[in-house]
Design a protein around this ligand. Structure first.
Ligand code: DSN
Length: 432
């Protein structure tokens, strides 16, 4: 064998630590950040080591286009087996007849539904981003906002709950072809039956984007959009607790065919097969009985966190939550979402700033925070820990409100408590 038969010596054997210390160090830093801090960003979770195994498999080398049994490239027998497993498990998990597991993200899943169901210039009705909707539901800066005629409903001024009356009257006035429910910062159960009635009244299709509660639906802790929705989308990395990516689900054969064509070749090319393998693992995990317990605990924990914050006079939009997330309105404290998120980060509590309904601050500043409990619940925290976390968050908010220029003392004290909690509930003990 000659010395130049491989790209370089060690290519197939040397690990990242040895070959690229710069990237390896950054990855180790991220692992330590996750191990030592409490993750409260609602779109995050902590995947199993089994999911990491699937992601790091040589299936990453394989290129396929099309669908199992109908690929444009050969050598796809294992790719087909993996995608079939993911599809069958997704269908079983959500009780629907058809699943497309190829979307690279939730936004791609939504874009595929647009391509499958409406033409450029058609009218679409969705929740306003400023009220908790999602960028990919027709926000101005998104392709969907540029190419379609979008109308938005929002939430009621007095209580922050979805404004079904306005949604229905906008639908009757503008006769959309597609009506979308769901978003990224709306904490309450959505009345899917009401959306379907309105959609039927005006001849629209109804898309339920369940990105922020799909894990609860899978675990039986939240109503399913089916049979009301014509089509549902979700991400797999939030409370479904899997790899980053998206899925599209439907019970309707004709729509399923259009969605498949919309995903490929409509908006995507080759499949990210290691992600599809990890989706299969995610759905397999979610089909196990223990996932039901996880979903129930997510809901209990979300309510415990919201209750602890409210007990400390922190305003929760709608006064609670039915999902893994909640939205905090900081206006009564006189501090911005940006300042609060930065101070919480210094205390090893990672959150995101978020606009609240009626917010007058720009999106880069905001008057609110969004919290989610999916990752902390995976870590093993229960209602007691989330109550304590709520009080720690309130300490940071109160400290910042008292002195917006220097909250270092409180941040140090809270960080020590956060580190102690993290030591009691370790993650990835064999990594790093
Ligand atoms: N949609 C974004 C969020 O809700 O955080 C990313 O998933």
């Amino acid at each position: 064998m000659t010395g130049n038969s491989t790209p370089h010596a060690g290519y197939f054997t040397d690990r990242l630590d040895a070959t690229d210390p710069e990237v390896a160090d950054a990855l180790k830093g991220e692992l330590r950040r996750q191990q030592d801090g409490i993750e409260l960003i609602a779109s995050e979770n902590i995947v199993s080591i089994a999911t990491l195994d699937a992601l790091a498999s040589p299936i990453v080398n394989k290129t396929v286009e099309g669908y199992p049994g109908r690929r444009y490239y050969d050598g796809a027998e294992f790719a087909d087996r993996i995608e079939d497993l993911a599809v069958e498990r997704a269908k079983q998990l959500f009780g629907c007849g058809y699943a497309n597991v190829q979307p690279h993200s939730g936004s791609q899943a939504n874009l595929a539904v647009f391509l499958a169901t409406v033409e450029p210039g058609d009218t679409v009705l969705s929740m306003d981003l400023a009220a908790g909707g999602h960028l990919s539901h027709g926000a101005k800066a998104n392709l969907t906002g540029k190419w379609f005629d979008i109308f938005h409903y929002g939430v009621r001024d007095d209580d922050g709950f979805l404004d079904y009356d306005t949604m229905a009257s906008l639908a009757r006035e503008h006769r959309p072809k597609l009506i979308i429910a769901g978003g990224s910062a709306y904490p309450r159960e959505i009345n899917f039956a009401c959306f379907r009635t309105v959609a039927d009244d005006v001849g629209a299709l109804f898309l339920a984007d369940m990105a922020h509660f799909a894990g609860l639906v899978a675990g039986g802790a939240h109503p399913s959009p089916f049979p009301h929705a014509h089509v549902a989308t979700a991400t797999t990395y939030k409370n479904l607790r899997g790899v980053r990516g998206g899925i599209v689900l439907t019970d309707e054969k004709v729509l399923a065919k259009k969605i498949n064509s919309a995903v490929f070749p409509g908006i995507q090319g080759s499949v990210i097969l290691n992600a599809v393998a990890a989706k299969a693992v995610c759905f397999g995990e979610a089909l196990k009985p223990e996932f039901k317990e996880y979903a129930a605990r997510v809901l209990t924990n979300a309510r415990a966190l919201a209750a602890a914050l409210m007990k400390r006079q922190v305003r929760i939009v709608t006064g609670g939550t039915d999902t893994p997330l909640m939205l905090v309105d900081l206006r009564r404290h006189g501090i911005t979402g940006k300042a609060a998120a930065e101070s919480l980060k210094s205390a090893a509590l990672t959150v995101n700033k978020n606009a609240v309904p009626g917010d007058t601050e720009p999106p880069t500043v905001t008057s609110g925070l969004r919290f989610g409990v999916s990752a902390g619940t995976t870590r093993g925290f229960g209602a007691n820990e989330f109550t304590e976390i709520g009080y720690l968050i309130a300490d940071v908010i109160d400290g910042l409100a008292a002195d917006p220029h220097d909250n270092a003392k409180t941040e140090r004290r809270v960080r020590a408590k956060v580190r102690a909690l993290c030591r009691d509930f370790p993650i990835y003990p064999n990594l790093g």
